[in-house]
Write a protein that binds this ligand. Structure first.
Ligand code: SF4
Ligand code: SF4
Length: 320
């Protein structure tokens, strides 16, 4: 890899950003564990049914304590693996809602059919949880190739179940698209229009909005690229598509990311790369005031070009 070409800090500097620093944190993003009922090809967490890492009760309680103490934290974004498989998931959700904060659940849809999850959709609706669900295409062939055989049909079934509870009409149901290979996502607005038309016409499914995300050159996707001898080519694509207009909205500027074990990171991707947040506070058990993080530097690397390419990519979709 050409280090100079992939120097993210240097590229920021060329565009007038001396370093990447935090604004006031308004989100907590918590990884509740690496266990998932799926094992998708592009998973940046390397999640699968065989992973055993899970956030424990003490860490979940500390998360809630932190939210209670920091009113500027408007919402908690629950990720995994499949966050619903964590035994403390429902406690975290109901307490956060009692505190009047928003909850986002990154739901893979198929988990709704796992044993013990039969009433999860109803639980989400009862607590007004906003659902963000992965569906990388509206065609069975593409989804099953990326996420496993049978995943598309089950995902449509999951979407219908959520629709029946008001998701996609009176409750927020966002879908997430990521490319099926080493290319950037198409425009979010036009793809959303295609998704809406196809899912409505073919399956009677409704959703609120579509978020387009780029594939990050880490974990399973990086392994795939390396195997195909396309890693450098993909990095060149990301670097060449650097868009300075995406920098202000980068998710790491607004959130604190918490690993399943309570370790603190600048984002989910840095978590995967084992790049903890700079500074002496390394664990949620030592963190008291989220506001103290305002102005702190963010640890960056070549993978950050995945967030700034084209229209940009963040946990909330395109940035520019
Ligand atoms: S559903 Fe999500 S967390 Fe699970 S393996 Fe697929 S991408 Fe990873
Ligand atoms: S990967 Fe993206 S979100 Fe994470 S630190 Fe880099 S730019 Fe920020």
């Amino acid at each position: 890899m050409n280090r100079r070409l992939h120097d993210f800090s240097g590229t920021l500097a060329e565009h007038g950003h001396r370093s990447l620093t935090r604004a006031r944190p308004t989100w907590l993003q918590a990884n509740l564990g690496k266990r998932c009922n799926q094992a998708c090809r592009h998973c940046h967490v390397d999640a699968s049914p065989t992973r055993t890492e899970m956030m424990d009760e003490a860490t979940a309680d500390r998360l809630l304590w932190l939210l209670e103490r920091n009113p500027a934290l408007e919402l908690i974004d629950l990720t995994g693996g499949a966050p619903e498989l964590n035994p403390h998931f429902r406690h975290i959700v109901s307490r956060t809602r009692q505190l009047g904060r928003r909850v986002l659940d990154r739901c893979n849809l198929t988990v709704l059919f796992e044993p013990g999850q039969e009433d999860t959709a109803e639980f989400l609706a009862e607590h007004d949880v906003e659902v963000i669900a992965s569906l990388p295409c509206y065609s069975e062939k593409n989804v099953d190739a990326q996420r496993g055989r049978g995943v598309f049909d089950k995902s449509i079934e999951g979407l219908r179940r959520l629709n029946a509870l008001g998701y996609g009409t009176t409750r927020t149901l966002s879908l997430v698209y990521n490319p099926g290979g080493a290319f950037l996502p198409p425009g979010q607005a036009s793809l959303e229009a295609d998704y809406k038309r196809r899912l409505h016409e073919d399956f009677g499914v409704e959703f609120t909005n579509l978020l387009t995300l780029a594939n990050m050159p880490i974990a399973r996707f990086a392994t795939d690229l390396a195997r195909e001898g396309r890693h450098d080519e993909y990095m060149q694509l990301l670097v060449g598509a650097f868009n300075p207009a995406t920098v202000d909205g980068l998710m790491c500027r607004h959130l604190i990311s918490i690993g399943w074990d309570g370790a603190l990171y600048d984002c989910d991707f840095n978590q995967m790369l084992d790049m903890p947040s700079p500074g002496s506070t390394r664990s949620i058990h030592d963190l008291t005031d989220a506001d103290d993080w305002e102005g702190r530097p963010i640890r960056v690397g070549p993978h950050c070009f995945g967030c700034t390419a084209g229209a940009g990519s963040s946990c909330g979709g395109a940035l520019a």
